[in-house]
Design a protein around this ligand. Structure first.
Ligand code: 13P
Length: 363
């Protein structure tokens, strides 16, 4: 019978740990291509294409068939539809990724609903049938999952209620994933929206992470078989006082050292609306901070890896090779940054410095 000190059995622990460690292989990170159909619809509209199954498939085919993507990308996060889609020549996307030594993972949250009687706060859905879905995805070849809970900073938020809700939901999700052999990527996302300063973001991030890790332990989550996907500690988008990459790096690493257990093998950041180059420079500075950091610190970017790909592809078949090159360049820049070896401006891509921020961004 399971007791208060229970953990998954040893062979499951080993499998989860191996997967988590493989995802944070030095010099590699995660490509998040798990935009919802609405989310990718906006991107398709920006290149003049309809939001059809076929156009979504075409874009994702471009991404997954990029040669040598695995040099700097260890894993890809998919959206449900994509797990079932195939290339023009009939191979499933999952097979293509596996063949290229890239670990497929899956977004399993079902987005947010309003938190009743709150100041515009939200709660993430999807727990009800989660074990069944995880088991199905595992059979289809996925080895990890992702679940995002956004929290907004404003005068009175995030509330204690929203923070506790986030922590409990993430812990429940992580426990269900592990029960089915998937590594949970735990994503509490303190949003960039707002005019708060970096000190406020740091304190909020510390409280959120401390609450999340207490809940993970309470739910017997095996930390060695998890990964964290957090925000970086930056000033709010509208804050007048800007911070350098070095200041962001010190604030981020300081917050993490205070709250994230050393048993967690890796931390893979979301980009949250930063420009491609900014996300790379901040990651690089974080890896250069001269403080002891027991975890791998890498990327799990969506917008900051794909903005140039969209711009270069522009929805035209003849641009596919050029767009794939942009993806490879950005992946290389971030791979170097994950080792603290990126030089500012040394790799340029089409969207480079352009902000990817939009208020209340929907994935
Ligand atoms: P961004 O890097 O665009 O923030 O997306 C990462 C992600 O997967 C958020 O859930």
């Amino acid at each position: 019978m399971a007791t208060y000190f229970s953990y998954p059995d040893v062979s499951l622990q080993e499998e989860l740990k191996r997967t988590a460690e493989a995802i944070v292989t030095p010099g590699k990170g995660i490509l998040a291509v798990d935009e919802t159909n609405d989310g990718i619809g906006k991107l398709l509209a920006s290149v003049g294409l309809n939001n059809s199954d076929e156009n979504r498939r075409k874009y994702r085919q471009l991404v997954f068939t990029t040669n040598n993507l695995s040099e700097h990308v260890s894993a890809v996060i998919l959206f449900d539809e994509t797990v079932h889609q195939k290339t023009d020549d009939g191979r499933t996307f999952v097979e293509v990724l596996q063949k290229n030594n890239i670990i497929p993972g899956i977004k399993v949250d079902r987005d947010v609903v309003d938190l009743f009687l709150s100041a515009d706060e939200v709660s993430t859905q999807g727990l009800d049938d989660l074990a069944k879905r995880c088991s199905d995805y595992k059979k289809l070849g996925c080895r990890f999952a992702k679940w995002r809970c956004p929290l907004k900073i404003s005068e009175h938020t995030p509330s204690v209620r929203a923070i506790n809700d986030t922590a409990q939901i993430l812990a429940r999700y992580a426990s269900v994933c592990q029960s089915q052999g998937l590594v949970p990527i735990v994503e509490p996302d303190v949003l960039l929206d707002g005019d708060h300063d970096i000190e406020r973001t740091q304190k909020v991030t510390e409280v959120v992470l401390a609450t999340v890790y207490k809940a993970l332990l309470d739910h017997h989550v095996f930390l060695e078989g998890t990964l964290l996907k957090p925000n970086m500690v930056t000033p709010g988008k509208e804050c007048k006082k800007r911070s350098t990459a070095q200041e962001i790096a010190v604030a981020t690493v300081t917050a993490f050292r205070r709250t994230i257990p050393a048993a967690v093998p890796g931390i893979a950041f979301l980009s949250g609306g930063q420009s491609e180059e900014e996300a790379t420079l901040n990651l690089n500075a974080i890896n250069q901070v001269k403080l002891y950091k027991p975890w791998a610190l890498t990327f799990s970017y969506g917008r900051a890896l794909q903005a140039s790909v969209w711009k270069t592809w522009a929805g035209k078949p003849q641009n596919v090779p050029k767009a794939q090159l942009e993806l490879l360049k950005r992946a290389k820049a971030n791979g170097l940054a994950s080792l603290g070896r990126y030089e500012a401006g040394s790799i340029t891509t089409a969207a480079g410095d352009k902000s990817n921020f939009s208020t209340n961004h929907k994935y």
